[in-house]
Design a protein around this ligand. Structure first.
Ligand SMILES: Cc1cc2nc3c(=O)[nH]c(=O)nc-3n(C[C@H](O)[C@H](O)[C@H](O)COP(=O)(O)O)c2cc1C
Length: 360
């Protein structure tokens, strides 16, 4: 029976434990989306995770949706990330990069006045996160991508995956969750296309699967993961049959032999907003590789899901944010630091690199 402390092989990578640091946007990149020494310190502090998945990172300027988030499309960004990966490796850790394109979860503010792009011209009902000190502005109706433009967007991911390799990462995770571009293609609430990228679930999944194949060209299958959020309602997402949609996708990814799928279960907010509680067990029979489960896991719940064999690894976001030495705290049943939501996004080292470690 596996526990959080049982090593696990991920392709050719040996993970010393089953605790994954889930990707977290912290809006603390340097100018032009270049990671800094402060970012390297933050990730190095968390290197005892079995695997770190670094925050959502734009594959192109077109993919930007938030301020002070990193990119992986310029040489400067690659060098900035190299500092991060070197720091994590020197501390004995392993780190993947999450490849991100926000699609409609953006604003013309980030694109010299041009509208953000999406599968279909459907606006998010809501406001952007505050980015001009104004409490957020209503989302705009995005510009639908022409069919002929889509291979170019897939190329952005292909290049991002290559650049992640040059930056010294151990692999990449495609951000297919939370209503960003691949998810906008997948779900029928945001995809009303009439071409081969819309309609049937096979067509709606095409973009995500093409992006995944593009990443595999640089990495081989076992160093590519995909994050999915079948129960998610955040960013105004919905699908008429999420179990069918996501079961199809997970089975297709299994056939491609990718390293892992990273599945988010429903949050309280999803359930309040009409999301379905779809447990990870729904997808277990469809995926032969490593399954990572996420959302509101603590140590006891994580041990239980591993003991049942319902997942192979468990990812923790807020617990790793607030506890750089989370594996040690779990091992010693030490008390946990509480995360401070006021310092999640933006700012400096406060609430970022100053969460205390256990006393030696
Ligand atoms: C500050 C913050 C930023 C996040 N940014 C990302 C992100 O960039 N990519 C992503 O896939 N999920 C992101 N998430 C979601 C987490 O990875 C995770 O799925 C979610 O917080 C649930 O895990 P938890 O209950 O252990 O916190 C973020 C969460 C937090 C708290």
């Amino acid at each position: 029976m596996s526990s959080l402390f049982t090593p696990r092989r991920l392709g050719t990578l040996e993970l010393p434990n089953r605790m994954v640091m889930s990707p977290m946007t912290r809006c603390r990149s340097g100018e032009n989306g270049v990671p800094t020494e402060l970012n390297a310190t933050y990730y190095r502090q968390r290197a005892t995770a079995g695997l770190i998945v670094a925050e959502g990172t734009q594959v192109s300027p077109q993919g930007v949706g938030y301020p002070s988030t990193p990119g992986i499309h310029s040489l400067e960004q690659v060098s900035g990330w190299k500092r991060v990966t070197d720091a994590v490796h020197a501390a004995g850790g392993r780190i993947f990069l999450q490849l991100w394109h926000c699609g409609r979860v953006s604003h013309s503010f980030f694109h010299n006045g041009e509208l953000p792009v999406a599968p279909s011209p459907i606006a998010i009902n809501g406001k952007t996160l505050q980015f001009r000190g104004d409490g957020g502005v209503p989302f705009e109706t995005p510009r639908p991508l022409e069919t002929s433009e889509i291979p170019g967007v897939v190329d952005q991911y292909r290049q991002g995956a290559k650049n992640a390799k040059a930056a010294g990462f151990d692999g990449v995770e495609i951000h297919g969750a939370f209503g960003y571009l691949p998810d906008q293609f997948l779900q029928d609430g945001t995809n009303q296309r009439k071409d081969e990228y819309g309609g049937s679930v096979e067509n709606r999944a095409k973009f995500l699967l093409e992006v995944t194949s593009a990443a595999m060209e640089a990495w081989g299958a076992d160093r590519v993961g995909v994050k999915l959020s079948p129960s998610n309602t955040y960013n105004d997402m919905r699908d008429s049959d999420p179990i069918e949609t996501f079961s199809f996708v997970v089975a297709a990814l299994s056939k491609m032999g990718i390293g892992y799928v990273h599945i988010m279960e429903a949050s309280d907010s999803d359930l309040r907003h009409g999301g379905k509680a779809i447990p990870v067990t729904t997808f277990r029979p469809h995926f032969e590789g490593t399954l990572i489960v996420n959302q509101d896991y603590d140590q006891a719940k994580a041990e239980a899901v591993l003991a049942r064999g319902d997942a192979d690894l468990v990812s923790f976001a807020r617990l790793f944010l607030a506890n750089p030495d989370l594996p040690k705290r779990f091992a010693t049943e030490a008390p946990l630091n509480a995360a401070d939501p006021a310092t999640f996004y933006g700012g400096n080292e406060k609430g970022y690199t100053d969460y205390p470690f256990l006393e030696e």
